[in-house]
Design a binder for this molecule. Structure first.
Ligand SMILES: O=c1[nH]cnc2c1ncn2[C@@H]1O[C@H](CO)[C@@H](O)[C@H]1O
Length: 368
């Protein structure tokens, strides 16, 4: 195993495909907004705020991790300025991590306080609808793109426990397709028993019909059957996490043959309890050996008190990742992005250039 180091590993342009906007807010911003809105918090400094939001040890129940959002979402949700600001600051933070293209996801409903039933986070009814949220995030991302020279697109999340929101989510994906929204996701706790999933299914059917790209959180906490359902019923083109796919070797083989993309999040997978905390036993070790198509992502950097380079360093130190593998996975990430074909090609070429790789047949072959 390589020596632990504090250096930034793979200090080259990177792609990130799986990160939650509401899990990537600056602690100082939460404090600032709370002060402006007169919301009382159990923290008086950025450090204290961060401490409140952070999961330090693997949680026993996934719900414990999701409960962290309750600490701060009431501060940001329903506030137009705050929503625009977190999107803008997110782009700045990603540019500092060396990300040149990011797809950021969030639930428009969880940031709204009107036209949403029930109104989340025990807020009073206000004037920010899910549609307004998407416009505000789009504005923040677009301003960030201009100022920080990075490309940022978004994915709108349906929530497992809220099937009645899903049709609106796909409608918003359609409405803002030309305005930075590139796909739909299904997030939340896969292990809960939602009696009627038909609304999620209908929303994904509509996404297929309208050419909206699809990813689904599956096989993070849930069994391989959730991954199978994501691919076969919801027609997912990428899988969020997907670690438990390895528990069904037939499915794993099938997905490899399909070149399915897995959006993996190493640090997250330890702290949510999704994977063995011993990183040398992580599913990514198998993914790497098998030359699977996957990306490395932060998921919720606020809650894991982390940054993208920590995921890279972990992969390097405990999972045998080399510079060549980092290049390969980033090129695969670009190829699996939800950008239109022409933009995707440009992005892939940008990486080839940055990595000083000629697009030789040999390398193309090694990507397969
Ligand atoms: O790792 C995860 N697995 C499943 N759901 C998640 C994860 N991280 C965040 N969210 C959920 O997605 C919502 C929209 O961004 C978040 O509010 C959170 O509830």
């Amino acid at each position: 195993m390589a020596e632990p180091s504090t250096e930034t590993i793979f200090n080259k342009p990177k792609i990130e495909l799986h990160v939650h906007l509401d899990g990537a807010i600056r602690a100082e911003t939460i404090l600032d907004v709370a002060k402006r809105r007169g919301i009382k918090l159990n923290a008086s400094s950025g450090k204290e705020m961060k401490h409140l939001c952070t999961v330090y040890q693997p949680v026993k129940m996934f719900a414990e991790f999701l409960a962290k959002f309750e600490e701060y979402m009431p501060v940001i949700a329903g506030d137009k300025e705050a929503i625009r600001r977190i999107a803008y600051e997110f782009v700045e933070d990603k540019s500092k991590e060396g990300v040149i293209y990011v797809e950021v996801r969030y639930s428009p409903h969880l940031l709204a306080n009107t036209d949403v039933e029930p109104i989340p986070w025990k807020q009073e009814k206000g004037d920010v609808s899910p549609d307004d949220v998407v416009q505000l995030v789009n504005q923040g991302l677009a301003e960030g793109e201009k100022d920080f020279n990075i490309k940022a697109r978004s994915i709108l999340c349906c929530m497992r426990h809220m099937p009645n929101w899903s049709m609106k989510v796909v409608e918003l994906c359609k409405k803002y397709k030309e305005d930075g929204v590139v796909g739909i996701d299904l997030a939340g706790d896969e292990t809960i028993n939602v009696r009627d999933q038909s609304c999620h299914r209908l929303a994904y059917e509509e996404a297929v019909r309208c050419g909206i790209h699809r990813t689904v959180h599956a096989g993070e906490m849930g069994p391989p059957s959730v991954v199978k359902e994501a691919v076969e019923v919801l027609k997912a083109e990428r899988i969020g996490h997907g670690y438990n796919t390895l528990k069904d070797q037939v499915l794993y083989k099938q997905l490899r043959e399909q070149n399915m993309h897995f959006e993996t999040c190493p640090i997250s997978s330890k702290l949510t309890g999704a994977c063995d905390p011993d990183f040398t036993k992580h599913p990514l070790v198998t993914f790497r050996k098998d030359k699977v198509n996957y990306s490395l992502n932060t998921d919720d950097p606020l809650i894991f008190n982390s940054q993208l380079h920590v995921d890279y360093r972990t992969a390097h130190e405990y999972m045998g990742f080399t510079e060549e593998e980092f290049k390969r996975l980033n090129i695969n990430s670009a190829k699996s992005s939800f950008l239109p074909e022409k933009e995707k090609k440009d992005l892939v070429n940008k990486l080839y250039e940055a990595y000083e790789m000629a697009m030789t047949l040999k390398f193309e072959q090694c990507l397969q």
